[in-house]
Design a protein. Structure first.
Length: 177
């Protein structure tokens, strides 16, 4: 079972199928989708959230392979404003998005800190590193076609808690939490 988590201003509630309707309203904006993995199509389908939650996210949560939470302001817990996720595997272990009206308020930083703690201190499998994909640099020319993010990774050490560029990184994109 995936626990509910909290930050100073947020409730991180485990994802449910009923969250798909609100996600479908907030998520399909190029300024959100362009920063995510290439598996999210653009233009985003009108039933994309429902299909992803029903066919991918929720079954993976049931298997214990993924952890997905909706982000909810403590001042308005009935409505979610974004999502954050953790994934088992060698790379790409964390993903997140936040609705545009809530950008630049430090909310995602709170959520990231909380799920990083969950990853390192509460999950039962042993991992020394949390691999994250950096946000593609704005100069890469994202226009109307979907582009995959650069292939390099950042690694967050369990011991230092500091993100470091992977030794095989070829470029230095801006990273934003």
């Amino acid at each position: 079972m995936i626990p509910q988590l909290e930050t100073q201003r947020l409730i991180l509630r485990p994802l449910e199928l009923d969250d798909a309707e609100r996600t479908q309203l907030l998520f399909p904006h190029w300024d959100i989708v362009k920063h995510l993995a290439a598996r999210f199509p653009w233009p985003y389908p009108s039933d994309g959230a429902l299909i992803y939650y029903r066919d991918d996210a929720l079954p993976a949560m049931s298997r214990g392979d993924e952890w997905h939470w909706t982000l909810r302001l403590k001042t308005d817990p009935a409505q979610h404003i974004g999502c954050i996720s953790l994934f088992k595997g060698e790379t790409g272990n964390r993903g997140f998005w936040l609705g545009l009206p809530w950008h630049r308020q430090g909310l995602m930083t709170e959520a990231v800190d909380t799920v990083n703690d969950f990853w390192f201190n509460r999950l039962s499998f042993q991992r020394e590193r949390l691999h994250i994909r950096p946000t593609p640099h704005r100069s890469l020319g994202h226009h109307r076609r979907r582009m995959a993010p650069p292939p390099h990774l950042l690694e967050m050490s369990r011991h230092s808690g500091v993100a470091q560029r992977s030794p095989d990184a070829k470029t230095n994109p801006a990273v934003r939490f």
